[in-house]
Design a protein around this ligand. Structure first.
Ligand code: PGA
Length: 254
């Protein structure tokens, strides 16, 4: 298949400079599979990006947690894609459910952001996922497809996009999707991409799972054929993040 496993650590709005230094040391000292086997991307808050980038081991990369939808200018409080490029930040997470829900980011707005960030040369982790209510009403795939369509309508080159399927009900709740539930949505999402974007993109795009991934549940999830990595929140601040990175080696023996 040739999809390299990718593990992202989304630190969200957490950390002091001392805490960030500790996490970086923990990562720098860790023994992990080579970057040819597992790609690692950590995403500190904006203010810590330069510090983390300068102190972090070179085989791990950094991501911003968001960026502005177009060129910078009179947009108080925003950070532009150009600024990230200028600082040498290669990745950005866009469309996280916390931003969709709390900051009212619509599918179209997220699609515009993804297209703009890609055009500036950033790599994008684009998040999609349904709420509990949507799952229970049977509309999981319709919701995920609609979110993905808003990206597909604006993007033609998918080579710098990784999708993160993150069911909202699993984020920060300790209620992880079962490996079968994750696999089912990843499979359906890949099928949607095949039908609506193209077979090559569907086959090559990496789909991460996110939502209460931890050191104990990661191995079983990682073994599922359409799970190509993880986007990790809470556990990315803890030593068990290393175990999550290591879980990517199951693909080699699968
Ligand atoms: P969680 O967050 O691992 O704390 O559930 C995942 C995410 O929001 O990316």
């Amino acid at each position: 298949m040739g999809r390299k496993f990718i593990v992202g650590g989304n630190w969200k709005c957490n950390g002091t400079s001392d805490e960030v230094k500790k996490i970086v040391s923990m990562l720098n000292e860790a023994e992990v599979p080579s970057q040819d086997v597992v790609e690692v991307v950590v995403s500190p808050p904006f203010v810590f990006l330069p510090m983390v980038k300068s102190q972090l081991r070179p085989d791990f990369q950094v991501a911003a947690q968001n960026c502005w939808v177009k060129k910078g200018g009179a947009f108080t409080g925003e950070v532009s894609a150009e600024m990230l490029v200028n600082l040498g930040i290669p990745w950005v997470i866009l469309g996280h459910s916390e931003r969709r829900a709390l900051l009212n980011e619509s599918n179209e707005f997220v699609g515009d952001k993804v297209a703009y960030a890609l055009a500036q040369g950033l790599k994008v982790i684009a998040c999609v996922g349904e709420t509990l209510e949507q799952r229970e009403s049977g509309s999981t795939m319709a919701v995920v497809a609609e979110q993905t369509k808003a990206i597909a309508d604006r993007v033609s080159d998918w080579s710098n996009v990784v999708l993160a399927y993150e069911p909202v009900w699993a984020i920060g709740t300790g209620k992880v999707a079962s490996p079968a539930q994750a696999q089912e949505v990843h499979f359906e999402l890949r099928k949607w991409l095949q039908q609506n974007v193209g077979a090559e993109v569907a086959d090559s795009i990496r789909i991460m799972y996110g939502g209460s991934v931890n050191g104990a549940n990661c191995k079983e999830l990682a073994a599922k054929p359409d799970v190509d990595g993880f986007l990790v929140g809470g556990a990315s601040l803890k030593p068990e993040f290393i175990d999550i990175i290591k879980s990517g080696t199951v693909k080699k023996t699968a």
